[in-house]
Design a protein around this ligand. Structure first.
Ligand code: ADP
Length: 160
């Protein structure tokens, strides 16, 4: 049976750390859905459409990867798509507590879904969308931490 996983996140914007998780995730699962979340509590720099477009452009045409968005409960989306894995990445200990809570809550909501974590690639340990936005907003260079298309989009946003 095909192993389908959902990789949810804000991806505001997608970084090389996210891309690394996607590439490595594809080594252990058959199909991956990158799910851009709407989080009304978090203000975002890019619209959901902009975030999806950037991920699409970076991933290119890969029949094993799909990009989508969903406003509802993650576990409902996972079941709707016939998936049973939630893929997440872990950087520092500071990620752990939130990820742990989410994984336990999602398992409580649906026991058939497992959350699988991949450790960050050491090069992307400090690659966080939040930090990248802060640096870019002040005119700092984020080349090499985000795909080039994302670097350009950040520049456009902050030069307005
Ligand atoms: P969220 O707002 O849901 O945390 P993010 O876009 O920040 O969304 O992250 C999505 C997932 O990717 C999370 O599991 C996060 O820990 C992981 N992630 C983010 N940046 C990295 C990175 N540099 N290396 C590994 N995993 C990462």
């Amino acid at each position: 049976m095909k192993k389908i996983a959902v990789y949810p996140g804000s991806f505001d914007p997608v970084t090389n750390g996210h891309i690394d998780i996607i590439r490595r995730g594809l080594r252990i699962i058959d199909e991956l859905i990158v799910l851009v979340s709407y989080n009304p509590d978090k203000s975002s720099l890019f619209t959901v459409e902009e975030r999806i477009d950037m991920i699409k452009e970076v991933i290119g045409n890969n029949p094993r990867v799909r990009i989508d968005s969903f406003p509802g409960l993650l576990v409902d989306y996972v079941r709707k798509e016939g998936a049973d894995i939630i893929l997440r990445g872990l950087r520092a200990v500071s990620d752990f507590e939130y990820e742990f809570q989410m994984a336990i809550m999602n398992r409580r909501l649906n026991r058939d879904i497992e959350t699988v974590f991949l450790m960050t690639g050491y090069k992307w340990f400090y690659a966080s969308s939040q930090l990248i936005k802060e640096v870019a907003s002040l005119g700092g260079s984020v080349g090499g931490i985000v795909p080039d298309i994302v670097r350009k989009k950040l520049q456009e946003k902050y030069s307005k």
